[in-house]
Design a protein around this ligand. Structure first.
Ligand code: SAM
Ligand code: SF4
Length: 352
């Protein structure tokens, strides 16, 4: 469903920060650069038969920069580049350079982070850092080659490990490693994954599996819960909660008193919607106010007007769609309601 492309109601046309009807101020924009990927993780993409976005419908570098500048002007302070696999985009270094140069209304530079499967980091990281990339999250769900190949349907564990070594050597910190916890797949590796992260000067974060796979096969019984993850970790470390989470998706715990930590993103069993400050932009120009939203707010008619530019300046129109998207945000994602409907798009097309 893509309900909003026209003129937003007057009630949504306000000035100031991007505040929704529940008082949540939005500071974080996740920008999906492509729906394509070098892996086929079972919880994200189908093995075959994915309906790719048409290349002509993908936002250009100039369009991404334009949206980002408008967003920074109304209070977005962090951009996270994601996908699909963001490093597959051929102009990725230029995307980073353009976005890293953006400042807020008070002249403060935005923060620029990326979530990646890491495969192209060894070749690209020096240029990405020179262009202004500040933070990295790398996804790795298992340290076993056979499991990795089955889970991602690609035998590329060694490439991901090389990417993580490049990230470690780069000095970009904090470096975060993400793993989706899955029953019978990697739930016996929780301790080893944390030890691996610590050995690479990284923070391990576990993610509860969410109903966002393209095949709509998510099964609550297969999901490893926050409680189960913590119980597994407690066999090895004393866990002390870290206070002051703010709008961050991960709850964190000190390992044996710290300073090292582990994080858990428990979107299903412990939703954190009340503090959510995130918006998403898909690679084809759709704004989303929630991962699980079934509504999208289309920026394409604004960016590429069929009949030529209308009377409203383009930046004002982009801001209006941003405000409409924030205004339409629901209090929570409702995964746990019986009436929950999984979004039509998979995670690779929404942007994780
Ligand atoms: N390709 C990059 C990567 O894998 O890091 C960036 C995009 S990926 C969609 C972003 C994050 O979403 C990854 O950490 C991935 O594990 C996570 N993810 C994908 N599908 C998920 C699901 N169904 N439930 C929970 N996390 C998911
Ligand atoms: Fe690709 Fe990331 Fe989805 Fe895995 S989770 S298929 S690496 S986009």
């Amino acid at each position: 469903m893509r309900p909003t492309t026209g003129v937003a109601p007057l009630g949504e046309r306000s000035s100031g920060a991007l505040s929704d009807t529940f008082g949540r101020v939005h500071r974080d924009l996740r920008i999906s650069l492509t729906d394509r990927c070098s892996l086929r993780c079972t919880y994200c993409m189908p093995e075959q038969g994915n309906e790719w976005l048409a290349r002509s419908g993908i936002l250009s570098l100039d369009e991404i920069e334009r949206i980002a500048r408008v967003a920074a002007g109304v209070g977005i302070t962090t951009f996270r580049l994601t996908g699909g696999e963001p490093l597959l985009r051929t102009d990725i270094v230029e995307v980073v350079r353009r976005l890293a140069a953006i400042t807020g209304p008070d002249g403060t530079p935005v923060e620029l982070a990326m979530t990646t499967n890491g495969i192209r980091l060894p070749e690209l990281l020096p240029d990405l850092m020179a262009a202004g990339l500040q933070r990295l999250n790398v996804s790795i769900d298992t340290l076993h080659r056979d499991r990795f190949a089955a889970l991602t349907r690609r035998d590329r564990l060694d490439d991901v490990l090389a990417g993580i070594r490049a990230a470690q050597a780069s000095g970009l910190r904090p470096l975060k490693l993400n793993a989706v916890a899955m029953r019978g797949v990697n739930d016996d590796e929780m301790v080893q994954l944390v030890e691996f992260a610590l050995a690479h000067d990284a923070q391990q974060r576990f993610i509860e599996q969410m109903p966002l796979d393209a095949g709509h096969t998510w099964d609550r019984a297969q999901m490893v819960t926050r409680e189960e993850i913590l119980a597994a970790l407690a066999t090895r470390w004393a866990l002390t909660p870290v206070p002051g989470r703010g709008g961050a998706p991960a709850e964190r715990w000190l390992l044996d008193g710290g300073p090292q930590t582990v994080g858990v993103i428990a979107s299903v069993t412990a939703p954190f919607c009340g503090d959510c400050d995130r918006l998403r932009l898909t690679a084809d120009g759709q704004l989303r106010n929630c991962l699980f939203s079934t509504a999208e707010y289309d920026l394409m008619p604004t960016l590429r007007p069929a009949g030529g530019q209308g009377a409203e300046p383009m930046d004002a129109a982009i801001e209006r769609v941003l405000r409409a998207c924030v205004h339409g945000k629901l209090p929570g994602h409702a995964i746990n309601d019986p009436s929950f409907l999984q979004p039509a798009r998979g995670m690779n097309a929404i942007g994780g």
